[in-house]
Design a protein around this ligand. Structure first.
Ligand code: GLU
Length: 481
């Protein structure tokens, strides 16, 4: 193990967003590439919005993606004593102070700044209160917050591993709150205390936190901590360059999982959001670890492109080990009502065959189940265009009956024998093979397109194939003639 220690620190206030998952992935890759430690911290000090079920779901999503952490989960809400101790130390060292300003007083200040067209900055009203003044406020029943004294002048520079130096004017920062009036630490404060306590060497997080970083640096210095290195990974924007939101479709790992995306596809896609691995874009975790470096992470926003993710998913669906894919696909077939809750060995073997027949034609597990329904149901409607085109021709019922008869007589029922039988039958009847093949496909699947006809037929099995051919012939005779 090297000395590198990184953390992924989600707030358990919702599902794992793809931006969060990408942050987790980059932290994971950085840790693995440098022989370091990847830590999971749950930033749950927002007691109102944090929920244990979100923590469970976050961890489940990370497991599903294969991003295993080495230490944790550590919960900030279980560390309140430590924040209080550190806040007390800052108060004692006169680096922080109690502020008794009421929300109304602060709002009035904000309103005044707005009128003057200036950005609001807390003016430090309570910086130098005397003990008597403090006592008087307490007697009034006011509960104070704790603010950190920040320098009024000068600059705070962030040496960002992705962006280089980013300099902030201290006059734009104010004495920010580190402990709220309910006694809970703010994000900036808890994060700084924990990053130090957990000996984090590199803070790798979303760009939207860059503006928090000067505050965290000032706070860490006030506490006498050694600073970690920072890397802010670029934003993920929608194709129209707006903020990615629900209206752009699925945005959480859970949603992609539910639609039937494979973890390796999602991971691969996330890796490409803001990082250039080089020539090869199809990468598993091991290949990503081998190539990963923060230097190759972009400064500019990444544009989210679901078509690319879907394309990658199709690729991985095709590549996946059939037994594993069968396990992954099973719930989707169950959700469609195609397979029972407790399938037997035979059901699973059949499912595997179905999957191997259909998977090259679909992009997600959801589509896979949808495209496979006719392997499980013989009651389906025939595609109406197909009926016009292939069933409505003179003599089709007769052709289908002949085909059924031929299949029934075959000594073996496999790819080769069925295909040869069809070609021979067409030749002997003096029709093109298409004239037999198209209505057969419609008869067997209700559809005009799908996997290779003879593959489909063999997976269905002789009995089903014959039954469906005869049913189609009867349909044509009773309905169309
Ligand atoms: N809880 C913060 C978030 O989810 C963590 C940010 C950080 O990594 O410091 O955005």
């Amino acid at each position: 193990m090297s000395g590198v220690r990184v953390r992924f620190a989600p707030s358990p206030t919702g599902e794992l967003h793809i931006g969060g998952a990408r942050t987790a992935l980059f932290n994971y890759l950085f840790a693995r590439a440098s022989g370091g430690t990847f830590i999971l911290r749950i930033d749950d000090t927002d007691l109102e919005r944090s929920r244990p079920e979100f923590t469970t779901a976050l961890m489940e999503a990370l497991h599903w993606l294969g991003l295993e952490w080495d230490e944790g989960p550590f919960f900030q809400a279980q560390n309140l004593d430590e924040y209080n101790r550190e806040a007390a130390r800052l108060l004692e060292e006169k680096k922080a102070y109690h502020c008794y300003c009421t929300p109304e007083e602060l709002a009035a200040g904000r309103e005044e700044a707005r009128k003057q067209g200036k950005p609001y900055r807390y003016p430090g009203t309570c910086r130098n209160l005397s003990q008597e003044e403090e006592r008087a406020f307490l007697a009034e029943g006011r509960s104070p917050v704790i603010r950190l004294i920040t320098p009024d002048e000068g600059e705070t520079a962030v040496d960002d591993m992705i962006r280089g130096w980013v300099v902030f004017d201290n006059s734009t920062l104010d004495d920010f709150i580190i402990v709220k009036s309910n006694g809970l630490p703010t994000y900036n404060f808890a994060s700084v205390v924990d990053d130090a306590r957990m000996r984090i060497t590199h803070v790798i997080r979303a760009e939207e936190h860059l503006s928090n970083t000067p505050r965290q640096i000032i706070c860490a210095r006030a506490l006498g901590y050694e600073l970690p290195l920072y890397a802010h990974v670029p934003m993920i924007l929608a194709p129209d360059r707006s903020k990615l939101s629900k209206r752009h479709g699925a945005t959480s790992v859970e949603e992609f999982r539910a639609k039937g995306y494979l973890p390796e596809a999602l991971l691969n896609y996330l890796a490409l959001l803001g990082w250039s691995p080089g020539e090869e874009e199809i990468l598993d975790l091991a290949a990503m670890i081998e190539r990963f470096s923060l230097e190759r992470v972009h400064k500019t926003a990444a544009i989210y492109d679901v078509a690319k993710l879907t394309w990658l998913n199709g690729h991985y669906l095709w590549e996946a080990d059939p037994v594993r894919l069968t396990q992954l696909a099973l719930p989707f077939f169950q959700a469609e009502g195609l397979i029972a809750e407790n399938p037997g060995e035979e059901d699973l073997q059949y499912l595997q065959k179905v999957i191997e027949t259909v998977r090259s034609r679909v992009k997600t597990l959801g589509e896979l189940a949808e495209a496979s329904t006719y392997f499980y149901r013989d009651q389906f409607e025939y595609d109406s265009k197909g009926v016009q085109k292939h069933f409505n021709k003179e003599g089709t019922a007769e052709l289908l009956r002949k085909a059924a008869e031929t299949l029934e007589k075959l000594p073996v029922f496999d790819l080769e024998s069925t295909e040869t039988a069809y070609r021979d039958l067409a030749a002997s009847l003096g029709v093109s093979s298409g004239r037999l093949i198209h209505p057969t496909r419609l008869a067997l699947s209700g559809r005009t397109m799908g996997p290779g006809l003879f593959e489909l037929m063999v997976v269905l099995g002789r009995e089903q194939a014959v039954k469906r051919l005869l049913a189609a012939a009867a349909y044509i005779e009773t309905t169309l003639n």
